[in-house]
Design a protein around this ligand. Structure first.
Ligand SMILES: C[S@@+](CC[C@H](N)C(=O)[O-])C[C@H]1O[C@@H](n2cnc3c(N)ncnc32)[C@H](O)[C@@H]1O
Length: 422
C-alpha cells in the first residue's frame, strides 16, 4: 500500500501529512484538508487527524524541549514530527504509552527504518521521565516579525500571556439564535454566547439540526450585536462567508445581503442558511468594486486579515503568514472600508472588524471622512469588558482576556455612523 493510501486509514499518518504540508510547504490546514489524502479519509479518521495535527503544531516547541534530553542528535524532520506527535499524545491526551510508542515505531519504520529503535527508546524515556521537562518548558514563541510587532503594541508580558493561550485547546462557543433557543450544556458568557461544556461531535448536540445555534467564537459574535440590525432594515454583510455573522443579522428580521468574493466559501454560507432556515440574498462579487442600486441602512465589514487573533484555532498561521501579506491585506481593508462608507445611506450605521491583533489591521486603518465614531453602539451589548475599549466606539480584544475561561479570539471592532439622513 502507498504512503498516501495508508494515511487515509491511519489518523496519525494523516496528521503527519498535514503537519509536513504546513511546516515544510507553508500551506494552510484549510487548503491541505480540501485535498487528498485528507479529503478521501473516513470522517472519524479526518476528525482525529485534524485534532492531532493542530495539537502537535500548537505544542511543537514544548515537545522539543521535553524530548531534547533524550536525543543524542537532532532527528530528521519526518522523524522529529513523529516524536512530537507521540509526545503530545502522551503528555496531553494521557494515552497509554505502549500503544503510542508502538504506533510511532511503525510510522518510523515506514519513513526511516534505521531510526525506529531510537524512536522506541526516546519515547519510552519520555513516558517515564519527561513530565517535568514538558511542564516547565515555556510556551511556543510566535515568529520574530509577529512577536516584535505585538510586543511593540502590547508589551512583552502581555505577548507571553497570548502565547500561553495559543497553546491551549480552544473552547467551542456557540451563538444562540434567540432567547428561547434549545441549547446544549455549557456556560453562558457575559456577552451572551454559550461556551460548550463538552463539545464532542457538534452535529449531534441538541438544537443543531433545528438551527437553534451555530458555532462562533464569543468575540466573533460581537460585531453583529454592535450593528444592532432592526427588522426590515436593508443590511449588507460585506465579506460574509462562511456566514456566522450573516446568520446573526438574518435572525434579527433584517433584509440581509451577504456578499463575498469567493463562491466556494459562499457554499458554506448557503449550507448554513439552509440548516437554520434563515434567509439572505447572496452576491458573489468583489466588495471593493460592487455597485448596489440603493444605499444600505447598516453595513457589517468583516474584512479579510492576517487572522492573528485566532492562532489558537489555526496553529498553522504562524508558519504561513508574513509581514508582506499583512501590508497587502491592510490595503484591501482600507479599500473595502472606503467602498462600504460609500454604500451606506446618510444616517446609516457601519461596523468594521478584523480578527487580527496587529494595529496595522485595526487601530491604524484609515477611516473615511464621511464616518464618525458611534460609541452608543457599545451600550446595546452586555458584558463588554471595560479594558476592551480602545477609544470611543472601538474595541480591542486580545486573546488572553478571560484567561480563566481559556481566552477569547483576538479582534478589532469599530462602530461608526454616517451623519445626515432623516
Ligand atoms: C474574515 S472572513 C469573513 C468571515 C465571515 N464574516 C463570517 O463571520 O463567517 C473574510 C472574507 O472576506 C472575503 N473576501 C476577501 N476579499 C474580498 C473582496 N475583495 N470582496 C469581498 N469579499 C472578500 C473572503 O473570501 C472571506 O470569506
Amino acid at each position: 500500500m502507498s504512503q498516501s493510501a495508508k494515511a487515509v486509514q491511519d489518523p496519525r499518518a494523516l496528521a503527519l501529512t498535514l503537519i509536513a504540508g504546513v511546516e515544510r510547504d507553508r500551506r494552510s490546514l484549510a487548503d491541505l484538508e480540501a485535498e487528498a489524502p485528507y479529503k478521501d479519509a473516513p470522517p472519524e479518521v479526518r476528525a482525529r487527524a485534524g485534532r492531532l495535527a493542530r495539537q502537535t503544531l500548537r505544542l511543537s516547541s514544548r515537545a522539543d524541549a521535553a524530548l531534547g534530553p533524550f536525543l543524542a542528535r537532532p532527528p530528521r524532520p519526518e522523524i522529529r514530527d513523529i516524536l512530537r506527535l507521540a509526545a503530545t499524545e502522551l503528555m496531553v491526551d494521557g494515552s497509554a504509552p505502549h500503544g503510542v510508542v508502538s504506533e510511532a515505531v511503525t510510522l518510523a519504520k515506514r519513513r526511516q527504518p534505521r531510526a525506529s529503535g531510537m524512536v522506541n527508546a526516546v519515547l519510552r524515556k519520555l513516558a517515564a521521565d519527561g513530565r517535568q521537562g514538558w511542564d516547565k518548558a515555556p510556551p511556543k514563541r510566535l515568529p520574530g516579525w509577529l512577536r516584535g510587532r505585538l510586543s511593540a503594541a502590547y508589551g512583552n508580558a502581555r505577548v507571553a500571556k497570548m502565547e500561553a493561550i495559543f497553546e491551549a485547546t480552544p473552547p467551542v462557543d456557540v451563538t444562540p439564535r434567540g432567547p428561547d433557543a434549545t441549547l446544549p450544556e455549557g456556560e453562558i458568557l457575559p456577552t451572551g454566547s454559550l461556551r460548550l461544556a463538552a463539545p464532542g461531535r457538534i452535529s449531534a448536540l441538541p438544537g443543531y439540526d433545528d438551527g437553534a445555534w451555530w458555532v462562533q467564537d464569543a468575540a466573533a459574535a460581537l460585531p453583529a450585536r454592535l450593528l444592532d440590525a432592526q427588522p426590515g432594515e436593508r443590511v449588507l454583510d460585506l465579506c460574509a462567508a462562511p456566514g456566522g455573522k450573516t446568520l446573526q443579522l438574518a435572525a434579527t428580521g433584517a433584509s440581509v445581503t451577504a456578499l463575498d468574493v469567493s463562491d466556494q466559501r459562499l457554499g458554506r454560507l448557503r449550507d448554513n442558511l439552509a440548516r437554520t432556515g434563515l434567509a439572505a440574498e447572496i452576491v458573489v462579487a468583489d466588495g471593493a468594486a460592487w455597485q448596489p442600486e440603493d444605499g444600505f441602512d447598516a453595513i457589517l465589514l468583516d474584512a479579510p486579515c492576517s487572522a492573528t487573533g485566532t492562532i489558537r484555532r489555526h496553529p498553522d498561521l504562524p508558519y504561513i503568514k508574513s509581514a508582506a501579506q499583512v501590508s497587502e491585506l491592510a490595503a484591501l481593508q482600507t479599500a473595502l472600508l472606503e467602498r462600504a462608507a460609500e454604500m451606506l445611506r446618510p444616517g446609516g450605521r457601519l461596523v468594521v472588524c478584523t480578527c487580527s491583533l496587529l494595529p496595522q489591521e485595526g487601530e491604524d486603518l484609515a477611516v473615511p471622512a464621511s464616518l464618525v465614531p458611534n460609541p452608543e453602539a457599545m451600550d446595546r451589548v452586555p458584558g463588554l469588558e471595560a479594558a476592551w475599549t480602545a477609544r470611543p466606539g472601538a474595541l480591542r480584544i486580545t486573546p488572553e482576556s478571560w484567561a480563566e475561561k481559556v481566552g477569547i479570539d483576538g479582534f478589532w471592532i469599530a462602530a461608526y455612523r454616517k451623519p445626515g439622513g432623516a
